[in-house]
Design a protein around this ligand. Structure first.
Ligand SMILES: [Zn+2]
Length: 256
């Protein structure tokens, strides 16, 4: 079975540090391949308390879109869990160079547990088991950040990770399912906030025309406005299917 399970939908500091939403990231399974994306704080706990339980030793890899804590807080313990305490050297870690080099978020001794480390770079292709994916250009975010295009079957999936809006965004992410990290409700204008707003989401979805848009990674303004109501309004306005992710939500790729 192929699915995406949201083990967290929190974004930005307050929603994460107050745990108004969980911040565990996403478990992605295609056929027999399991990839963990952005294991933020609580990822391990959320895996093990998930029903049915998600078993970290069945992971084939862990991917960090970038090094910010809400995306990487549990990366070390997740690597340890994937490799059964480091006793079984296995799995691939995908991460931008700056997550591993200067001020690394992955501890050196833990990095040795994985079989392979693949550095994410701009416009590059990667493969792990049945999951093929590519990066686009580097996002406009304080640290090195990449969105991902998964060329998976039965559905292609694009993930727009944290970024400030830039006009090429809709063209870079053309998956049938589009997952967007949307932190802000109101327009960002000239504020020094390198995240997307609902205004930006409208611009992207109108142009990219995915068959399903999933909003996630919510900041405080989105949480207060109730993301599911925002998604309903967007769906009506755009005439396209839009849903808001919730903690524990599972999307079966054979059914959408
Ligand atoms: Zn970030």
């Amino acid at each position: 079975m192929s699915f995406i399970k949201f083990l967290g939908t929190a974004g930005a500091r307050f929603v994460v540090t107050k745990q108004l939403r969980a911040s565990g990231g996403v478990w992605f399974s295609v056929g027999k391949t399991n990839l963990y994306i952005d294991p933020g704080p609580g990822a391990l706990v959320r895996c093990l308390s998930s029903k049915p339980k998600l078993e970290p030793p069945t992971l084939d890899g862990i991917l960090l879109t970038h090094k910010h804590l809400d995306h990487s807080g549990d990366v070390n313990v997740m690597i340890e869990a994937m490799t059964e305490g480091g006793f079984k050297k296995r799995g691939v870690l995908f991460a931008p160079g700056d997550a591993l080099e200067e001020d690394p978020v992955v501890l050196k001794y833990v990095k040795d547990y994985v079989k392979k480390v693949e550095i994410l770079k701009e416009n590059s292709e990667y493969q792990i088991g049945e999951i093929g994916f590519s990066t686009a250009r580097r996002h406009q975010h304080r640290v090195e950040t990449y969105g991902i295009n998964f060329k998976t079957s039965p559905r292609t999936i694009s993930l727009i990770a944290d970024t400030k809006f830039f006009p090429e965004l809709p063209d870079l992410y053309r998956g049938e399912i589009l997952i967007i990290h949307v932190v802000r409700l109101g327009p960002i204008k000239d504020e020094p906030i390198e995240h997307l707003s609902i205004e930006d989401v409208k611009t992207i979805v109108k142009k990219a025309k995915p068959s399903l848009t999933i909003l996630t990674h919510f900041g405080m303004t989105m949480i207060k406005a109730k993301p599911w109501l925002i998604a309903d309004d967007l769906e009506k306005e755009l005439g396209m299917k839009v849903i808001a992710a919730s903690d524990g939500m599972k999307i079966d790729l054979e059914e959408v």
